[in-house]
Ligand binder design. Sequence first.
Ligand code: 13P
Ligand code: SF4
Length: 359
Amino acid sequence: DEADLEARIVAARETLGDRVVVLGHFYQREEVVRHADYVGDSYQLAVAAKRHPEAEAIVFCGVHFMAETADLLSGPEQAVILPNLAAGCSMADMADIDQVEECWEQLAEVLGPLDVPDADGLLPVIPVTYMNSSAAIKGFVGRNGGIVCTSSNARTVLEWAFARGRRVLFFPDQHLGRNTAKEMGVALDRMPMWNPHRPLGGSSAETLVDSRVILWHGFCSVHRRFTTAQIDRARAEHPGVRVIVHPECPMEVVDAADEAGSTAYIREAIEAATEPTVFAIGTEINLVRRLAAQHPQHEIFCLDPVVCPCSTMYRIHPGYLAWVLEELVAGRTVNRIEVPSAVADPARVALERMLAARP
Ligand code: 13P
Ligand code: SF4
């Protein structure tokens, strides 16, 4: 039962001491977060993975692409462990490496060689991938002059890309790409969406030449559930409510909200509020519930009345955490995530560019 699992995790952690670091994403359930040395957004956890060269293992309570990123940024001898290998991310799966490479070839047919700068020193297109993508995609980006972003630095990263290229190819999340580019003043008609099943992604050559940001067709199944009707209702029922949503939400939802930001942004906004405030939040329910419990002076609720968890994050059950820790105690490393070096080297380049671009 729950108390038994709790005791097993605590006992294993005591035995292991500094040999292991446990990282937990904000969307993890309470029974897991409780045992994490660091809880954060995907950017913060990537940085945390770099900070513990003394630990022989990093147990990553999050999803597969985050554990891959931790493997890329941690030391070569360190093992990164994902307690349940079935914890993936449906959005990350929407950018398939073969489709992205095919897209790149087709863009070269329209825009000319993609590695040759124009008279202003700008490349035709810079690939930018959201952290929520496979290591193979990050490797593609690193090999082709591109960069990784997270929801907390997407604007800084797009500025980095526009300083080097005429256009950006952004994947997998169309919403983060559109919301960020729109905020920067890019017109919607200069953001065609690439459909991998159609020639030239379904756009004309002129549209692609005129584009600023070419979007990919991915989305987050959790965040696309949020609607403007939910925001209207929150405002009608709670006059003065502050509506904050994650930028993975659709554009009209972000436009109707008061603010949009990463999970770390949402938490900081609530922590910084000095007056008792009503917050309606558009992100995953485990984080919203934890924030509500931690800040009883505020009223904090999720915009979606039907519970809206990330089902793959939820696959990190405390039972798996207990198991991987007990295996480490027994001298066995299970569920290790290791990115092969042919992919890891260029992927690391793309990640390090992101870490250096952050102001
Ligand atoms: P952040 O942690 O960067 O806010 O991203 C949210 C998310 O969907 C993680 O998969
Ligand atoms: Fe992926 Fe969405 Fe879950 Fe984040 S919340 S891990 S983007 S499915």
